[in-house]
Design a protein around this ligand. Structure first.
Ligand code: AMP
Ligand code: MG
Length: 339
């Protein structure tokens, strides 16, 4: 791939980003969840550049970002009544709905599936960009495939500088974990990926089921869930239960003896339990929103600090904790220790 000079555009330069998109180029932009790497969803050649820049497998479909329900109607076959209810209640917001695909959406966007993922992001810069172009924007997270998702423009630059023409800088994103993906083509609706909108919030309005973690032989219904994700260079160990601190202290000694750099992700109040380890603070104990917003930055910091081993204290899987633990399990690649 030819090396590009990547422009860092300011939030008031949306028109420049819109021009690039209209020319069939890709542009990274902020949303309320993570940064997205966008292209004209109706232009297969532009969309192909997203896969190329990220190194994303071709069979992992993209989310189509729209200005509102009216635009979505043009790209789906039908909207079930209960899905409409969710759109009215939670859009703009971190909820992606899987619906029967309309003919206008090119196959490359949905990886050949007959369903399409749609959402309206809740971020002023993303909405301005969407309104500045006459097409919806297909966008996955703006990281190199397999890396933690980007929550700051500098994370995007770190991964994609030289590979894309521009990053629109909107500062730090809000939620810090990606959208919740909900399949509305089955009954009851099924959560394929937990995310920024909690299962508890959804369940207040509609009946939902939650897909089991994608590990076994059955192909996951959300193709992206089968890929390794969110992984820093360090070996990540996810440790849960009342004996977590003692276990981390015990195991870290072995790694430290071998001369390895060892870190721990823990609540600020628990940092004193880990003298001798590099502490990556998760925020105040139990503040899941704060942890979600920091999560991917902390995983990237582990690399910057040159950590070879990273212990992570597991959190409760309620509310945002479900999305957080989903990402941590992938970062840990199965290295989970229960005490
Ligand atoms: P990303 O934007 O990188 O967070 O990835 C989008 C997520 O949505 C991935 O997990 C995809 O597999 C999932 N997704 C996109 N389109 C569909 C679809 N039509 N059916 C199921 N999952 C989808
Ligand atoms: Mg992603």
């Amino acid at each position: 791939m030819a090396e590009l000079k990547t422009q860092l555009l300011k939030a008031d330069e949306v028109h420049k980003a819109a021009e690039l998109l209209a020319q069939g180029e890709v542009v990274a932009f902020p949303t309320e969840t993570v940064y997205g790497l966008g292209a004209n969803a109706l232009d297969p050649q532009a969309v192909a550049k997203i896969f190329q820049a990220k190194g994303r497998p071709q069979d992992n479909p993209l989310i189509v970002h729209c200005t509102g329900v009216e635009q979505v109607e043009g790209f789906v076959k039908e909207i079930p009544e209960k899905a409409l209810l969710l759109m009215e209640r939670f859009w703009p917001g971190p909820l992606t709905l899987i619906l029967p695909k309309g003919d206008a959406v090119p196959a490359v966007v949905t990886a050949g599936l007959d369903t399409v993922a749609v959402r309206v992001p809740d971020h002023p810069v993303a909405l301005r960009l969407l309104r500045a172009v006459p097409f919806p924007i297909a966008a996955p997270s703006a990281n190199l495939s397999g890396r933690p998702s980007p929550t700051r423009a500098e994370h995007v630059m770190h991964d994609l500088a030289g590979r894309i023409p521009a990053v629109l800088d909107g500062g730090e994103t809000g939620f810090g974990v990606e959208s919740t993906v909900l399949d509305c083509t089955v009954q009851p609706f099924r959560v394929l990926r937990p995310g920024g909108l909690t299962v508890e919030q959804l369940a207040e309005l509609v009946e939902v089921s939650v897909e089991a973690p994608a590990v076994g032989t059955e192909p996951p219904r959300s193709p992206g869930m089968k890929y390794a994700h969110y992984a820093p260079e360090a070996e990540v160990f996810l440790v849960s239960g009342p004996g977590a601190a003692a276990k981390i202290q015990e195991l870290s000694e072995g790694f430290l003896m071998k001369g390895q750099r060892v870190g721990v992700m823990t609540w600020e109040e628990r940092a004193p339990l880990y003298p001798g380890l590099v502490v990556l603070p998760m925020g105040h104990q139990g503040d899941l929103a704060e942890l979600a917003s920091r999560l991917f930055h902390l995983l990237r910091q582990a690399d910057e600090l040159g950590l070879q081993v990273l212990f992570v204290e597991a959190v409760s899987e309620e509310r945002l904790g479900l999305a957080i633990m989903n990402r941590l399990r992938k970062a840990a690649k199965g290295r989970e220790i229960r005490t």
